[in-house]
Write a protein that binds this ligand. Structure first.
Ligand SMILES: NCCC[C@H](NC(=O)CCC(=O)O)C(=O)O
Length: 453
């Protein structure tokens, strides 16, 4: 067997955009979501844009998987809030009496799988298994509806208890607000070797000495990040906690992955990303060095690119993909090409001796208008060969699955959706028919409320 076949790989599991993708303006603190409120969306195009990215990375030789969307509108949640009768009556009364609740129950936000869970590879954990904790997403009602189904889907993808350990989401309260991998980055010199997990939090819920943003909410708490490190059995030497700079949260950086991205031994970040930056990055560098790695920092100065331009272009919400023997590949949204400061910076980087070898641009406008770029759309799972072999083969992206999913999208998705359409009982029927077929395509079994007894 070649060395490559034996090596651990980082697999990107991309969220397949769901059939109700729409612009409801649900995320206060996420400037794109707010700005797109009530625009008409195109769910078919959104799903196709996501599939095009998956296909391109697969063709470049990266291991790629798919995470299924959720059942929306979420009728069960509306029933919990007191809407009753047939499903059609639930939709009709919610639309009439409480439209914001119907909009929340209809979001396709599970597409941003960087928020699905925090994942620790087996080399880092106390029992040598890959650990998963679905994010509770407790900060926003529409996102708090995701963890139960996410947990079921992850268990259907990573079934073998010899390799995979699934934890329950943290208590669903803002004090343990957890947004998953969007605030978690793992560094190591080899995906199969012990690494350092870098947890970035926005505030502390129990210790008033930590500062907080003034304008927008900080979604991730220190206590949530610490709980995950404990649950996953990470060692002190393999963990660094860093606070996000509250000033950038107030400028629209609602997750750390809007201002920094890291992979393998490279950390690409804005100089304003972290509080007490020198100290935490020294700690990261030291811990990585003790694990045989060498941190390479690519720090963008505010006079090169402002925080505002970083948020508008989503430069740091890029995918940083390591390629043995070559510079890293950076996958960026088209908005980066449209921003002169950002594009000039990237051109200079690829023409230098720095860590970025190449930049690839993708049109992800449908997702970007809700504040979700390339990095938001994927959950990374570093897997050793025997662990990869234990993944449900149905969710591994192949040319055949790509063709099947394109056909599936074209048959089931609308190409126009206005918020008012979400009350249409026909849409709910379309979604359920599509998802029932999808669970068969992906070999997931029954994971959705409408499929369960
Ligand atoms: N990681 C990217 C997450 C984007 C997501 N946007 C949303 O939920 C917007 C939905 C809307 O406004 O319709 C969020 O803010 O959590």
């Amino acid at each position: 067997m070649s060395h490559l076949a034996l090596a651990a790989r980082e697999v990107n599991f991309d969220g397949l955009v769901g059939p109700t993708h729409n612009y409801a303006g649900l995320s206060y603190g996420n400037v794109a979501s707010q700005a797109s409120k009530q625009q008409c969306s195109n769910p078919r195009e959104a799903a196709r844009q996501g599939l095009a990215k998956m296909q391109a990375l697969m063709e470049l030789g990266f291991e790629q998987g798919v995470l299924a969307p959720h059942e929306r509108p979420d009728i069960a949640s509306l029933r919990r809030l007191g809407f009753a009768g047939s499903d059609a009556q639930v939709l009709e009364s919610a639309a009439r009496e409480a439209l914001p609740l119907l909009l929340s129950a209809s979001s396709a936000s599970a597409m941003w799988t960087a928020n699905a869970a925090t994942v620790s590879p087996s080399a880092d954990t106390h029992d040598g298994r890959v650990h998963f904790t679905p994010a509770n997403l407790a900060c926003k009602f529409h996102r708090s509806l995701e963890p139960t189904t996410t947990a079921r889907i992850l268990q259907a993808m990573f079934r073998d208890p010899a390799h995979f350990q699934h934890h329950a989401p943290l208590p669903s309260v803002a004090q343990f607000g957890d947004e998953g991998a969007a605030n978690h980055t793992r560094f190591s010199h080899d995906h199969g070797a012990p690494g350092v997990e870098f947890f970035v939090f926005g505030r502390s819920a129990f210790d008033p000495r930590y500062p907080e943003p003034h304008r927008y909410p900080a979604r991730q708490t220190l206590e949530a990040s610490q709980a995950i490190a404990r649950l996953h059995g990470l060692s002190e030497e393999g963990v660094v906690f860093a606070q996000q700079n509250p000033a950038v949260v107030d400028q629209g950086v609602f997750h750390n992955d809007v201002i920094s991205v890291g992979n393998a031994q490279v950390l690409f970040h804005h100089e304003d990303a972290f509080l007490d930056s020198d100290r935490v990055l020294d700690e990261l560098q030291g811990k990585l060095a003790r694990r045989g790695g060498q941190l390479q920092r690519l720090c963008v100065r505010r006079n090169e690119i402002s925080v505002g331009d970083a948020v508008r272009s989503y430069l740091f919400n890029s995918q940083l993909l390591d390629r043995p023997g070559q510079g890293a590949l950076l996958v960026v949204p088209d908005e980066c090409r449209q921003n002169p400061a950002v594009w000039d910076y990237l051109q200079a980087q690829v023409n230098s001796a720095g860590p970025l070898g190449e930049v690839k641009v993708f049109d992800l406008k449908q997702s970007m208008q809700n504040g979700g770029g390339p990095a938001c759309l994927r959950l990374r799972v570093a897997l050793k060969p025997d662990e990869l072999a234990a993944v449900n083969p149905g969710v591994r992206f192949t040319p055949t699955l790509h063709t099947q999913l394109l056909d599936w999208v074209d048959r089931h998705y609308r190409d126009r959706l206005a918020p008012a359409d979400l009350a249409d009982p026909q849409l709910l029927g379309e979604v359920r028919t599509a998802l029932d077929e999808l669970t068969q395509l992906l070999g997931l079994g029954s994971v959705y409320p409408f499929q369960l007894p």
